[in-house]
Ligand binder design. Structure first.
Ligand code: HEM
Length: 414
């Protein structure tokens, strides 16, 4: 039998840290916890690859059922033909590599909007709330992918107007109902835009609307906070490690010569290996969803000689000192490709339920971070003793405090 630990109380306010501590203390690679009435397999990274076919479903969550119309989205849908088709739509249309490539101009436009804000702050020597700024950016980027372009900035809707505190929601049903109403208002507006672009209506209109509704909501819920959190932690870590920041700035400023209006994907990003290592390292230390989205077993399964019963939840825990160099070392670089092939490193999950937005996220992360460090030098506000890296657990794990920094222009921009 697997070691069974019947203690919900062992899980503190930061479950991913508690689970790491438990794994360290109890030794085995896998543990079966009984969290209340729910059997939960923990720490089994390899399980997701070796037994992906058994563990590719999702448990039912009350809150997800409310928010996502009975879990008819992609992320929380149980393993089924419906999930397969819905995921296909997302991977083939919204997040396909070609779509991500063709979204380059739109991404750069969003970066320009952010850079303009930072430039104003630099001119006035004002503090920038990076957490807010990244949230604005991530929101714009996901909107660009899902609906019509902003049209030069300022127009369209802003997710922040609807969900200023969504990342801190937590799993509380009453609040979920309230948030669901706001989602519905938001989605009505998005579906309205979508419908106005369609000239002919048809009988399946309502089915289409439900589907669009679930998929759009999923993209925002899965994409905006995760992207914002990843950027937040990356910049926070760079501020705590000035050598790493200097190295990154040197790389970006070498690859994109001085005086460029902006660093662009086409001309500059591919040669920036340290930038890529920074992204990996940051995700290694601070995966926005360190326990992934729970998986769920569809049959009894033998895991490392132990029987794991059907209908068991699986939580997979991910990563210690910020050191991007580890991803420049040859073996590590080759193995850590974000695709879930390296079991030490699963920020996007693994197997059939792996995040379908890895290309999209990488493109987004690289372009905004490169431009941040190309144009600006960053410092802590006067009186600040450093960035608070404590974590707060909600749907995702984010910095407890917003990241506040003062920018100054690195060189005279054109
Ligand atoms: C830093 C950014 C991101 C991180 C760290 C991240 C991470 C993850 C993780 C850990 C999962 C669960 C994988 C598993 O269960 O094995 C996931 C699933 C998912 N992600 Fe992401 N994600 C990010 C950005 C995005 C974006 C930008 C989108 C869409 C615009 C997105 C859409 C999805 C969807 C739809 C799923 C559900 C897949 C399924 O269940 O089949 N993610 N993501």
């Amino acid at each position: 039998m697997l070691p069974v630990i019947e203690h919900l109380h062992l899980i503190g306010s930061l479950p991913h840290r508690s689970l790491c501590d438990l794994a360290r203390k109890h030794g085995p690679d896998v543990m079966l916890l009984r969290l209340g009435a729910v059997p939960t397999l923990v720490g089994a990274k390899a399980v997701l690859c070796t037994h992906d076919h058994v563990f590719a479903s999702r448990p039912r969550f009350t809150v997800a059922n409310i928010l996502f119309n009975g879990s008819t989205d992609v992320s929380f849908a149980p393993y089924s033909e419906y999930w397969r088709q819905a995921r296909k739509v997302v991977t083939a249309h919204l997040l396909a590599p070609g779509k991500v490539r063709s979204g380059r101009a739109a991404r750069e436009q969003e970066v320009r909007l952010v850079m303009a804000r930072v430039r104003d702050a630099a001119a006035a020597r004002m503090v920038v709330d990076l957490t807010e700024l990244f949230s604005f950016f991530a929101n714009g980027i996901v909107c660009q992918d899902m609906v019509a372009p902003r049209g030069g900035g300022g127009g369209g809707f802003n997710l922040d107007d609807y969900f200023p505190s969504f990342a801190r929601l937590g799993f509380v049903s009453a609040r979920a109902v309230k948030h669901k109403k706001r989602w519905d208002d938001l989605l009505d507006s998005l579906i309205g835009k979508h419908a106005s672009k369609t000239t002919e209506s048809n009988e399946d209109e309502h089915e289409d609307e439900d589907f669009i509704d679930a998929v759009l909501m999923d993209m925002f819920a899965a994409g905006v906070d995760t992207t914002c959190i990843a950027l937040d932690f990356a910049l926070a870590e760079l501020m705590r490690k000035p050598q790493a920041m200097a190295k990154l700035q040197a790389e970006v400023r070498r690859c994109a010569w001085e005086g460029k209006e902006m660093v662009t994907e086409a001309a500059n990003l591919s040669s920036m290996s340290y930038l890529k290592a920074v992204m990996k390292e940051s995700m290694w230390l601070h995966a926005p969803g360190p326990l992934l989205i729970p998986h769920f077993s569809m049959a009894d399964c033998d895991v490392e000689g132990y029987t794991v019963p059907s209908r068991t939840r699986v939580l997979v825990n991910s990563a210690e000192e910020f050191k991007p160099e580890r991803f420049l070392e040859e073996a590590m670089d080759a193995a850590s490709d974000f695709q879930g092939n390296d079991f030490c490193f699963l920020p996007f999950g693994s197997g059939q339920r792996i995040c379908p937005a890895i290309n999209f996220t990488t493109a987004t992360f690289e372009i905004i971070l490169a431009n941040h460090v190309y144009h600006f030098n960053w410092e802590l506000p006067p009186g600040s003793t450093g960035i608070d890296m404590s974590e707060s657990f909600g749907i995702y794990v984010h910095c407890q405090e917003n990241v506040l920094l003062i920018p100054s222009l690195a060189h005279q921009d054109v």
